[in-house]
Design a protein around this ligand. Structure first.
Ligand code: TXA
Ligand code: MG
Length: 319
């Protein structure tokens, strides 16, 4: 199957993307977090194609994407318990809410669970696409299962290009990191996945039970490199030639430059927001270098880095 690259600035291209989805096909589209792989949320046979294209296990549920809080409310069995979230300023935005599902939400979406995950994206292309379709769409990140999420149309083409009908090329995603996922059936709310939205003001507990969110069970976000590890600047001597190095601090970069080693080095920003935006692109770039090991400079602790720390930890082959 050859994947069409569609231009979201052309109304006929957006219309074509919407029609493909309405006809039960898969189309990748940009959101402010990462690219999503969309199927019509009311059509079981279309949704099934997502699992097959990604190689995703059927027990791992999908996020439903809609355009407003009112449309979101239709997907839940009852009003959300927390008026702060329901009426608050988080939607549209990079927050996914898990709550008891309305009866009409298909079990294939929720992996058989009685809870559904819902998100209202802020990205204008995503909003326009959903508006044209006029129904909810389901969309996981547009990557092969276990691999880094796609943050550009190019990543989508490289990983899923032979399995989907089209991708809307909206350029690089604003955050480059997936949405924050919160389960509101728990009190206080349970944070299932750290992500692009920092929930500083909200009372929540962090889930340490990966079963709460099946997507947290396996190794994830992992580039195809046999050996991926943390490294601190004190241990630079452990790095061998022909490795990749991902760093952010100038002192690490200077120190590694002075070594005699032949390395593929990518230095990202020391600002977490910008580091996050470029992380998955760097992962895909390292895959092209034909390296056996990737060494990642240890990140600072703290809230600003926690979602990034989480993604890298899940990609490591060894701690
Ligand atoms: O930013 C994002 O959230 C992107 C864009 C495209 O919206 N989507 C995304 O979807 O990251 P995905 O499928 O790659 O990750 C969704 C996560 C998984 O860890 C999944 O297990 C969890 O949300 N999830 C989905 N539905 C759930 C449910 N009903 N209960 C618990 N966890 C759920
Ligand atoms: Mg994903």
């Amino acid at each position: 199957m050859s994947c069409k690259i569609l231009n979201p600035n052309k109304s006929q291209d957006l219309r074509m993307a919407a029609n493909l989805i309405l006809n039960g096909e898969l189309v990748a589209f940009p959101t402010e977090t990462v690219y999503g792989l969309a199927a019509l949320g009311t059509e079981e046979s279309a949704i099934k194609k997502i699992f097959l294209a990604k190689g995703r296990p059927f027990y791992n549920p999908l996020i439903v994407h809609v355009n407003s809080k009112e449309e979101a409310r239709n997907l839940f069995a009852s009003p959300l318990p927390d008026p702060f979230l329901d009426g608050g300023g988080y939607w549209p935005g990079p927050l996914t809410v898990v709550y008891y599902k309305a009866i009409h939400v298909l079990p294939i979406i929720t992996g058989g669970s009685d809870k559904v995950a819902v998100r209202v994206p802020r990205n204008k292309i995503a909003q326009e696409l959903i508006r044209l379709i006029g129904k909810p769409i389901v969309a996981p990140s547009a990557n092969l299962s276990g691999r880094p999420s796609s943050t550009t149309a190019d990543h989508v083409l490289k990983t899923l290009g032979n399995k989907i009908k089209a991708v809307l090329d909206g350029g690089p995603c604003r955050y480059g990191l997936e949405s924050t996922v919160v389960d509101l059936t728990k009190k206080p709310a349970m944070l299932l996945r750290r992500g692009a939205l920092q929930l500083n003001n909200l009372n929540f507990i962090e889930s340490n039970n990966p079963n709460g969110s099946p997507g947290r069970l396996d190794r994830h976000y992992a580039p195809l490199i046999p050996n991926i590890r943390w490294i601190s600047k004190e241990n630079i001597k452990n790095i061998e030639s022909n490795s990749g190095v991902l760093c952010y601090s100038s002192c690490f970069f200077e120190k590694i430059k002075k070594s005699e080693l032949k390395l593929d080095i990518i230095q990202l920003s020391s600002l977490p927001r910008i580091y996050a935006k470029c992380l998955f692109s760097a992962f895909y770039q390292f895959e092209k270098f034909n390296i056996k090991s990737l060494w990642i400079e240890k990140l600072p602790p703290g809230n600003d880095w926690s979602a990034i720390n989480d993604r890298i930890k899940r990609s490591l082959t060894s701690i």
